[in-house]
Ligand binder design. Structure first.
Ligand SMILES: Cc1ncc(COP(=O)(O)O)c(C=O)c1O
Length: 468
């Protein structure tokens, strides 16, 4: 066993150095400067019970190229989930690299309050044009959760500026995920992330999800969407005057286990929000930028939200960048002589020029390579290669939307996700199921040979997990 494959030994050394020897297993093959040991000793990894790394190896990555990530010894992993759904055009993409090199020579950063620069202006203009000019005002932040915070605050503040101080409740869907800062967590309905912090977070109202898996016999996804919208209307009719906004992940609720729904729900939600004077926030942090098959997911319902949150793919997976886009109507409510009516929110790195330049290179690639059209054939091919998985006796609800695939594995224990992850690594795949849901969200540069490999090895990883 190499050092890289034996993190327990690394962890043991890390523990010795930090004086927590008794909590870590001891083996002998480590080197003092081993990266895994140093990481366990000094880096508090996200979304992780650190103690589990006593048994589960950390994976060290030295470089990336296209869909592949490479460890220091050259072992490769196909990044089949685009590194937490951020990467669109492969790692170390030459065109994004070139844009960043050019920008580095010009301007790395300037504060955006009182100052502006070409990349942020161009990006805002191009994003607005992609919404047909209907969301013409871009407010920038860094991560997805910070965009959600902004949309929630802006919605509340817009109503307040209009004299509706009573509108301070938010609606979210069952199983929703919008991030983990306190405001975003309040509209996140995933117990494992939320429960510990319940006393800290605001009152929200959760409405039924239009999850297409909830079809009763004889029902279609459209019927589930209509039923969920009827439940939404009941809440709006009862409490609409207190509700500021409904926040939705359009078409796919990713983090809850890739619950997909019919676009009819978005159409009905838009109508209901208009009828009851409630803002509609579309959180396309995960599903925007072509993931759902169209550039923006909400376009499939032919609606316009009041707020659109984007992040992840916006910079091609290079740099933290997020944006909240909104309408002239909302923008106008803040535009006043009184400073206090303005939106006085900021982050130090808002509109960072390097991140915006990466984002411009991403939009160039979409245009120059006709990515949405190419993705249609890419998606059809992968769906075909995945047919043996779709027909696997333990697989239920095999589903696909654009460049997202997911399926649920029946009859597995609570450790399925971790065991599948390890088996997938053996197959040179980076795949991290959510509970019993396995999903694939590859970068948009997956070629035919790699698509075949991905499908075959996902099946091998599943069978190995089920028989181990
Ligand atoms: C729909 C959605 N909203 C918000 C977020 C939070 O984004 P971030 O992790 O960048 O804070 C995520 C992250 O997965 C997401 O999927």
């Amino acid at each position: 066993m190499t050092d890289a494959a034996c993190p327990a030994s690394a962890a043991a050394q890390a523990g010795m150095e930090r004086g927590v020897k008794s909590r870590l297993p001891m083996t002998s093959n480590f080197t003092p400067d081993h990266l895994l040991a140093r990481s366990l000793a000094s880096v508090w990894h996200p979304c992780t019970q650190m103690k589990q790394h006593e048994a589960l190896p950390l994976v060290s990555i030295a470089r990336g190229e296209g869909v592949w990530l490479y460890d220091p010894a050259g072992k490769r992993y196909l990044d089949a989930i685009s590194s937490w759904w951020v990467n669109l055009f492969g790692h170390s993409n030459p065109r994004i690299n070139a844009a960043l090199r050019d920008q580095l020579e010009k301007l790395e950063h300037v504060m955006l309050a009182g100052f502006t620069h070409e990349p942020v202006v161009q990006l805002s203009e191009r994003l607005a044009a992609l919404t047909g000019g209907r969301l013409g005002h871009c407010f920038y932040a860094s991560d997805g959760a910070s965009a959600v915070e902004i949309a929630l605050k802006m919605s509340f503040h817009a109503w307040r500026n209009r004299g509706h101080v009573e509108k301070k409740i938010f609606l979210c869907l069952e199983g929703s995920y919008h991030g983990e800062t306190l405001g975003a967590l309040s509209v996140t309905d995933v117990a494992i992330f939320r429960d510990a912090y319940a006393p800290l977070i605001r009152e929200v109202h959760t409405v039924p999800s239009p999850d297409a898996r909830l079809t009763a016999p004889g029902e279609t996804a459209f019927d589930v969407a209509t039923r969920a919208a009827a439940a939404l209307e009941r809440v709006l009719a009862a409490r609409g005057n207190e509700i500021a906004a409904l926040i939705i992940e359009p078409l796919v609720q990713c983090a809850t286990g890739f619950a997909m729904h019919d676009a009819e729900y978005l159409r009905l939600a838009r109508q209901l929000c208009d009828r009851y004077q409630v803002h509609l926030i579309c959180d396309e942090i995960a599903v925007g930028y072509g993931r759902s098959g169209t550039f923006f997911a909400h376009a499939q319902a032919d609606i316009v939200p009041d707020f659109l949150c984007l992040s992840k793919g916006i910079s091609g997976g290079y740099l933290p960048l997020s944006v909240v886009m909104t309408t002239d109507d909302v923008y106008g409510v803040f535009y006043d002589d009184a400073t206090s009516l303005g939106f006085l929110h900021s982050h130090s790195y808002t509109g960072n020029p390097l991140a915006c330049r990466a984002a411009l290179a991403v939009l160039d690639i979409f245009e120059q390579d006709d990515v949405l059209v190419a993705n249609r054939s890419r998606a059809a091919a992968l769906t075909q290669h995945l047919a043996p998985l779709a027909n696997h006796p333990r697989v239920h609800h095999f589903r696909n939307r654009g460049m997202i695939w997911a399926f649920d594995v029946e009859g597995v224990g609570a450790d399925f996700s971790r065991r599948f992850f390890s088996e997938a690594l053996q197959q040179e795949l980076l795949l991290r199921p959510i509970g019993n849901t396995v999903y694939l969200m590859p970068p948009y540069v997956l070629d035919e040979a790699t698509s075949v490999l991905l499908a075959k090895r996902t099946l091998l990883a599943l069978n190995a997990t089920l028989t181990s």
